[in-house]
Design a protein around this ligand. Sequence first.
Ligand SMILES: Cc1cc2nc3c(=O)[nH]c(=O)nc-3n(C[C@H](O)[C@H](O)[C@H](O)COP(=O)(O)OP(=O)(O)OC[C@H]3O[C@@H](n4cnc5c(N)ncnc54)[C@H](O)[C@@H]3O)c2cc1C
Length: 430
Amino acid sequence: MAWDFQTEPEFQAKLDWADEFVRREVEPLDLAFPDTAAPYDRRNPVYKKITDPLKAEVRKNGLWACHLGPELGGPGYGQVKLALLNEILGRSMWAPNIFGCQAPDSGNAEILAHYGTEEQKRKYLKPLLDGDIVSCFSMTEPQGGADPREFRCRAVRDGDSWVIDGEKYFSSHADLAEFLIAMVITNPDVPVHQGASMFLVPRDTPGLNIVRLAGLGHEPLGHGHHAYIRYEHVRVPRENLLGGEGQGFLIAQTRLGGGRIHHAMRTVATVRKALRMMCERALSRRTQGGPLAEKQLVQQAIADSFVQLEQFRLLVLYAAWHIDRGDRNAARTYIAAVKVQTAEVLHDVVRRALHVHGALGCSNEMPLVNMWMTVPVMGIADGPTEVHKVTVAKQVLKEYRPYDGLWPRDFLPERTAEAKAKFAAYLDDL
Ligand SMILES: Cc1cc2nc3c(=O)[nH]c(=O)nc-3n(C[C@H](O)[C@H](O)[C@H](O)COP(=O)(O)OP(=O)(O)OC[C@H]3O[C@@H](n4cnc5c(N)ncnc54)[C@H](O)[C@@H]3O)c2cc1C
């Protein structure tokens, strides 16, 4: 039976362990240490003391760095199993770091593994996989956003070095990272898919200046970890080029696909939590003579949320299944579709859950407003919704051809005449 919606018992046992472990040991970290960058702060001895034993337990249970194949120290379970695990990890901001699969390090590790030289892997990939350091992906620019055709940040060859000049915005965790992967233009005279390159830039390289750290909307001004960086004559040796010269665009595509689906997997957890909170509140809160759960409009909110969650979850798992099968074309379509749905489902379900909680939902005494703040991020990070809708449409359109003829294929007068001709003898009998 190929279409099976059950998890095999051995892996289910691991998921059950992870579920309990995250509830008992990891979710409390979110409440005790709520700074969004804290899970990435490897230099803090207090965090290290708390998290090292937790990471060791994850390793012991075979769930460390589940996004990676065995050749890179991961168990190589594949994306479907990773999706099932991420449905648990997404409940906690700290969990991905405790399980060694946090963005953007997961994507950075993947491209280092794909395109890195042996020396680059030894120097950057190994400590990243071991969880000893964190990294940063530095692509988006203040003027040009994330569209490489608009990039102004340039690198020019100077002897055995490359010299980088320009600005980057929203380079997350640049302040905590040991190294950055910077995507810059190395040849402005050719189309960008041949003219951009990736460089490994150690954080302490002279000229790599953090102008300021932006935060998200709910963080006070001056707090946050999304760096506005000025690269001022940043000199890196030639061997810090990742992949070939001009391969930046290709490498970025490899990286972002994984990131998008992993966000979606974790969003399943957030949406599921919002639905649970909505249901519990609807059953507990009484108004006008009965529990909210008896009001039909509240029932509609619950039913719509359940349907959206289940559809979204199946779409995520189906996209993961396509990745596991190595079907790159289908994976591209489904990852883009999932990316579109992530923000929409999160938006709809969290808004309803918040609304059903009334004033309490709007307050800072429930996690709902924080969940709500992740909605715009999911619609923008790794590319805005519109861009992914265009991808879906283009992919879908590839399956179809224009129909020759004056009228469309389903033009009823022609189709009916054909059908009647086929059954003419019977029609005559009738
Ligand atoms: C929390 C967070 C973390 C991030 N971390 C990083 C990071 O670590 N490194 C990094 O390099 N970047 C990072 N980014 C930046 C992110 O990749 C970009 O914000 C994203 O790709 C969109 O680019 P932009 O902000 O320039 O928006 P724009 O490209 O300016 O888009 C703005 C709006 O314009 C419209 N639009 C854009 N393109 C189209 C189109 N083709 N068709 C129709 N409408 C369109 C959409 O409405 C879109 O929302 C992060 C962003 C967030 C929110």
